[in-house]
Design a protein around this ligand. Structure first.
Ligand code: GLA
Length: 343
């Protein structure tokens, strides 16, 4: 196990860290203190290095406009309808950055802030521990929220992402990571030939603004059915591109298998385990070929997919969904593991 730290300059000339972690099988992951962004996941396969996440070659581009490449999302991942919610009888107004809705933590979410960091190396794993204090009132949210996100790379070829949070006032929390994967290698082509299995029988129905109506429906008989290994592209047109929250099959808040994806050309497999109740499957529908990614490649529609483990969208306004309220004295903890397999 090995960790290297590089420094680069931010907008205000401040020094920001980039970590490169490598395990004993040469699986190499790069992470920035900016937004906790995963900038690369490099898999050594047949004397080739395959980078399986979308992003940029240049640090500067991560400060510009991009669709949350690789970033930590918070304080609330996904959408909150009308950017408002009530908590203990008080109404909170959040920043609206997606039409009239609040998306991915607002205008300056956890994806755009600089995190403090420390590292731990053990025999079979190496960790980057990121820390951020989200102040009371930030983007409209109540309470000072102290957040820790730990990225652990193991010699079992797992990337474990552990989330922890504590608040001094009642608040809502829902954290995720927004990596765009292309298991055949980023920038090469779209992900429509990939195979996918999702361990979810139900999804949350949404309105035209992607806000859940509250209804939870069976995926059986629809283009959302990935209960059996299926090509992503098979029914994607019918689905209008995937941007759906699956209700994962589980009875308790335990780490369980959420999804398995497989690059049809590379044979690289990624298993996703999570403690979360939901999984947003997003197929990069808003990528439109204007973003120049690594090696000068333009990212077209469906060039990457996200498997965002999360609580359901708009849960602060849906008391019937699993709860997202964090009270003082409680500790928010969630974990997601991406396990990579190749030969
Ligand atoms: C999430 C949302 C999508 C889109 C992307 C970012 O996955 O569900 O609708 O907003 O983030 O482009």
């Amino acid at each position: 196990m090995n960790i290297i730290k590089n420094l680069f300059k931010g907008n205000m000339n401040e020094e920001i860290g980039e970590y490169i972690i490598k395990n004993d099988h040469n699986l190499t992951i790069s992470i920035l203190e900016l937004g906790g962004i995963i900038t690369s996941i490099k898999i050594p396969k047949n004397n080739e290095i395959i980078d399986i996440v979308l992003g940029f070659d240049n640090y500067d581009n991560y400060f510009g406009k991009h669709p949350y490449f690789g970033a930590i999302i918070g304080r609330y991942a996904n959408r909150i309808g009308n950017g408002t919610f009530c908590l203990e009888g008080k109404k909170y107004e959040l920043k609206r950055n997606n039409g009239k809705n609040h998306l991915h933590g607002g205008i300056k979410g956890f994806d755009k802030v600089i995190w403090e960091s420390e590292t731990i190396i053990k025999k079979n794993e190496a960790q980057i521990i990121l820390k951020y204090l989200s102040k009371d009132g930030e983007e409209g949210y109540p309470g000072n929220l102290q957040v820790y996100v730990t990225y652990t790379l193991t010699n079992n070829n797992e990337l474990r992402i552990s989330y922890k949070g504590e608040t001094d006032k009642p608040t809502v929390v829902n954290l995720t990571n927004h990596s765009y994967f292309n298991l055949n290698g980023e920038g090469e082509a779209d992900i429509l030939g990939h195979f996918l299995t999702i361990n979810g029988d139900y999804y949350t129905v949404v309105d035209e603004n992607l806000i859940p109506t509250g209804e939870i429906k069976k995926i059986e008989g629809t283009a959302l059915d990935f209960r059996k290994r299926e090509k992503i592209g098979r029914r994607i047109k019918e689905a209008g591109g995937y941007d759906h929250n699956y209700v994962l099959n589980k009875t308790r808040e335990e780490l369980s298998l959420g999804a398995i994806a497989e690059g049809d050309k590379s044979g690289i497999i990624m298993e996703v385990y999570t403690t979360e109740p939901g999984l947003q499957f997003y197929t990069g529908n808003f990528l439109d070929g204007t973003l120049k990614g690594k090696k000068g490649n333009f990212y077209n529609k469906h060039y990457g997919f996200c498997l965002e483990t999360q609580h359901f969208p708009d849960s602060p306004n849906k008391p019937e969904f699993p709860g997202v309220i964090l009270l003082p004295g409680e500790v928010y903890t969630e974990e997601t593991v991406y396990k990579f397999k190749w030969n």
